[in-house]
Ligand binder design. Structure first.
Ligand SMILES: CC(C)(COP(=O)(O)OP(=O)(O)OC[C@H]1O[C@@H](n2cnc3c(N)ncnc32)[C@H](O)[C@@H]1OP(=O)(O)O)[C@@H](O)C(=O)NCCC(=O)NCCS
Length: 170
């Protein structure tokens, strides 16, 4: 097991029988930044129409202020990394929206995949593509909603205990 972990560049969690390995290293994540067959990834910061963003949020059940178009428009206008996933017809089926300096830090604020496309590796590839773009010297940090708390460790992200927050109102 230790040998396999070395080959795959994995760092085993505290209990490999019950936890998934943390994926270590930029190259490891970059190798996963490949959309499934028939899906196209693109960077669309500054040009994604708010209606499309609104629509994919609705189709994925991501908890965001989906009926507040001006607020969603501001979220899009100020995000400097927006990776989109589109199907072969060009329909938007996934989004990873981040704020980053491309040098040290990246906050992945919104990750969602259309219900009809979930479970095919699009979410994991969107996270990996975000990491690939921000580069080896930048972290990718996110806050999980309650339901995907088991998802992020499943795809190889590390749980951190040293986070602090000032919460938004509304
Ligand atoms: C969370 C979300 C982005 C995951 O996207 P996805 O494309 O369905 O996920 P993937 O297909 O990449 O899943 C990768 C693996 O994790 C597993 N997985 C999916 N959701 C999971 C969950 N909630 N808990 C544990 N594992 C999960 C998949 O089965 C898959 O396993 P496999 O490698 O054995 O096939 C998507 O379910 C979603 O949009 N949810 C609603 C919005 C949301 O909650 N966003 C996150 C806010 S923090």
């Amino acid at each position: 097991m230790a040998e396999t972990a070395n080959i795959l560049n994995l760092a085993p969690g505290p209990d490999t029988a019950t936890t998934f390995p943390v994926l270590k290293g930029h190259a490891t994540w970059t190798a996963l930044a490949v959309p499934p067959d028939g899906i196209t990834f693109a960077r669309e910061e500054g040009r994604l129409p708010v209606e499309e963003f609104q629509d994919v949020i609705r189709r994925s059940d991501l908890n965001r202020p989906v009926d507040d178009a001006p607020r969603l428009a501001a979220m899009l206008a100020h995000a400097n990394l927006l990776v989109t996933a589109r199907d072969s017809s060009g329909r938007l089926i996934g989004v990873a929206r981040s704020l980053t300096d491309f040098a040290y830090c990246c906050y992945l604020s919104d990750l969602c995949v259309d219900d009809a496309w979930q479970g095919r590796g699009i979410g994991r590839a969107l996270v990996a593509e975000t990491k690939r773009i921000v580069g080896p010297n930048s972290m990718v940090l996110l806050l999980s909603a309650a339901k995907p708390m088991t998802y992020y460790p499943r795809i190889g992200m590390e749980t951190v205990q040293n986070g602090f927050i000032i919460r938004r109102e509304g």
